[in-house]
Design a protein around this ligand. Structure first.
Ligand SMILES: Nc1ncnc2c1ncn2[C@@H]1O[C@H](COP(=O)(O)OP(=O)(O)OP(=O)(O)O)[C@@H](O)[C@H]1O
Ligand SMILES: [Mg+2]
Length: 270
């Protein structure tokens, strides 16, 4: 982070009528919010183990005679335990990219490597297994099932594994506790607030202990307090479990809190 010169600090203190503490607090805030390195778009992670590598991918959709290029020559890698935000205008390719990283869709050209496996070469079965074991999804289209109570909703992804029901039940309880919804375990989604539903979706994404979490606009439709609590939850998950977290957001205040921002413009990394 750039250093502030002593001259500038003096100016700041004068600006604050000589109140050194207030001036320092304002400077700290300014440095965090305005000069944070995560504001810069970087395609390379800090040194460490790479968990995801996207190499020269493109994605084209054919609609009759028209071809839409959603992604164009996108390359980046993500380190284990990183918390990365993907930003960009509507239509810039964020969701398409997240679907490809999550092996829900294939690129038209290029390679995606997740945990040393080249996903473009894997069979459908191997891809399902990778998705189930390694990745937790928080996508709008996979929100909670309206006809299941909260605890049952959380258990759904574990039902496709060989885990014993007792083990799953204990995990569900632990996760509900973690996201502050234990008292709501037997409630249906329509009895919860938007922020609570989003926290429950995060808890559900964690049930199979994924090493990677992919979230598409997890704070969409939430006010700033609820958005902040979602981001705090992601950071806590990353800090305690070492989970790699990729969040698509158009909210600059959220992107600023990530370790790194990857910005897309017209399907390319800026
Ligand atoms: N299934 C599809 N068929 C055709 N075009 C598509 C399809 N999915 C996405 N696109 C196009 O690809 C481009 C990128 O879409 P994408 O959904 O990835 O954008 P986004 O950055 O997630 O936008 P938003 O912020 O609005 O969610 C858009 O021009 C979109 O119209
Ligand atoms: Mg989108």
């Amino acid at each position: 982070m750039p250093q502030v010169s002593s001259e500038r600090i003096k100016d700041f203190v004068t600006l604050f009528g000589g109140d050194i503490t207030a001036a320092h607090a304002a400077l700290d805030q300014y440095q965090k919010e305005t000069l944070a390195p995560s504001l810069v778009s970087h395609a390379s992670p800090p040194p460490g183990e790479t968990i995801i590598s996207v190499q020269n991918i493109s994605k084209k959709y054919k609609l009759g005679k028209q071809t839409v290029t959603a992604l164009h020559d996108v390359t980046f890698s993500i380190g284990k335990g990183e918390f990365v935000a993907i930003t960009g205008a509507s239509g810039s390719g964020k969701s398409t990219l997240l679907q490809i990283v999550g092996c829900l869709d294939k690129p038209t050209t290029g390679k995606v490597i997740v945990e040393s496996k080249e996903t473009t070469n894997l069979s459908d079965n191997a891809l399902s297994e990778l998705r189930q074991k390694a990745i937790g999804f928080i996508f709008q289209s996979f929100y909670l099932q309206p006809f299941l109570r909260l605890d049952d909703n959380l258990a759904v992804p574990a039902m496709f594994t060989t885990e014993k029901k007792k083990v799953t039940d204990a995990k569900v309880e632990q996760l509900l506790q973690r996201v502050g919804l234990l008292e709501r375990a037997r409630h249906f989604p329509n009895e919860l607030s938007g922020g609570q539903i989003q926290r429950a979706a995060i808890a559900r994404a964690l049930i199979n202990n994924p090493r990677i979490i992919l979230a598409d606009e997890p704070t969409g439709n939430l006010d700033s307090t609820n958005s902040q609590s979602i981001i705090d939850l992601f950071r806590a998950i990353r800090d305690t479990l070492g989970t790699t977290i990729i969040v698509v957001t158009h909210d600059a205040a959220i992107a600023r809190q990530a370790d790194r921002v990857i910005e897309l413009r017209d399907g390319a990394v800026v």
